[in-house]
Design a protein around this ligand. Structure first.
Ligand SMILES: Cc1ncc(COP(=O)(O)O)c(C=O)c1O
Length: 350
């Protein structure tokens, strides 16, 4: 607290990221990072971009990256917005597209940055409770609103909605922007990007941090109608014209072009997830159906917090949320087969 702070700063309730220990002692299953390295092509492109051209500003429009994304998804460059991690993209979305008189709607159990942005940008927001079984029921969003946002698959529950359900929501709420946050979509859900031509109110947000193993590079993007993209460009160019450096643009573009490596990484994680779910279920955990690179699991004795602490003591980090309704669950990121074998054997001992 300081007399120099603005009123806004006094009232902020900042996001708390998962632990990032400085030592290498831990098996890190707590922040949904990818256990495999980035595409070798991405690393080569990053190295190649680190030359004397660093004295120059990067391309403010990041056209090379937008073109790589547009090629991959068969859309136009004008449909793409890029930013410094999907968190920054989401921040601009909240400010530029979701701040209206009617309340912004999002699930009560969902990505914990949403309430933080709503507070930062003073957005009138209303949380819609998940159903008892943790399903997002889009019928519950049938209230007057100034926008809707939800992750698909949801985090931390890992459960996904089908495209038909999302399409029905887009039809019902043609007057509002509907944002689908697809941070985890590549691990088993269907992207809504093919719907952008039909629905000018749809914005899809994705990241390079999970399925493309580039959390450390900080790159995210949004895909939607050019009118929505223009709003985001206007906010971005009123905030920071160069959110992505030369290395980030080159590395992310190369990762997007390396489809074979990306597909192989996702397949490995999905296979390890299925093995992990089976082992946890055999140990008596109840595991929600996962379409993500993590699982949300309730230990048989409901002792999630003490298990989280005991695992940490033995060198395995998972995520525990001390919040109503989910405080008996652990969120466990899928690591390599070896990491998961160690995790499961420590768990069995405990
Ligand atoms: C649902 C969801 N959206 C967005 C993000 C932000 O990802 P990034 O800023 O690394 O692109 C995360 C990160 O964990 C997430 O879980």
């Amino acid at each position: 607290m300081s007399q120099y702070w603005s009123k806004l700063v006094h009232n902020l309730d900042p996001y708390v990221p998962g632990e990032q220990p400085k030592d290498q002692r831990y098996i890190k299953l707590n922040t949904n990072e990818c256990p495999y390295p980035p595409s070798p092509n991405a690393l080569a492109a990053i190295h190649a971009a680190a030359d004397e051209r660093l004295r120059l500003y990067p391309d403010p429009n990041a056209d090379e990256l937008k073109d790589a994304i547009a090629d991959y998804y068969k859309v136009q460059r004008a449909n793409i917005f890029v930013g410094n991690g999907s968190d920054e993209v989401l921040a601009h979305v909240f400010q530029g597209l979701l701040k209206h008189d009617a309340p912004l709607l999002y699930p009560d159990i969902s990505y914990s940055f949403y309430p933080v942005y709503a507070n930062l940008y003073q957005i009138n927001a209303q949380q819609i409770p998940l159903r008892e079984d943790f399903r997002v029921c889009l019928g519950d969003y049938a209230v007057d609103n100034g926008g809707i946002i939800f992750p698909n698959p949801n985090a931390p529950t890992s459960m996904a909605l089908g495209l038909d359900t999302i399409e029905a929501l887009l039809q019902t709420h043609a007057e509002s922007v509907v944002v689908v946050d697809e941070a985890y979509v590549d691990f088993g859900a269907q992207t809504a990007i093919p719907l952008i031509d039909k629905y000018p109110n749809l914005l899809v947000v994705q990241t390079f941090s999970k399925s493309r193993s580039l959390a450390g590079l900080r790159v995210g993007f949004a895909v939607g109608h050019p009118d929505l993209i223009n709003a985001l460009e206007r906010v971005k160019n009123s905030f920071n014209s160069y959110p992505l450096g030369r290395m980030a643009i080159a590395g992310a573009a190369a990762a997007m072009r390396d489809k074979a490596y990306f597909e192989d990484t996702c397949q490995k994680i999905i296979a390890t997830r299925e093995m992990t779910v089976q082992s946890l279920t055999e140990m008596g955990f109840s595991v929600l159906p996962s379409a993500a690179n993590f699982v949300f699991a309730r230990p048989p004795a409901g002792n999630a917090e003490s298990l989280y602490l005991a695992l940490k003591q033995r060198g395995v980090l998972v995520r525990y949320f001390n919040k109503p309704r989910i405080n008996e669950y652990l969120r466990i990121t899928i690591g390599t087969d070896e990491e998961m074998a160690t995790f499961l054997s420590v768990l069995a001992e405990l």
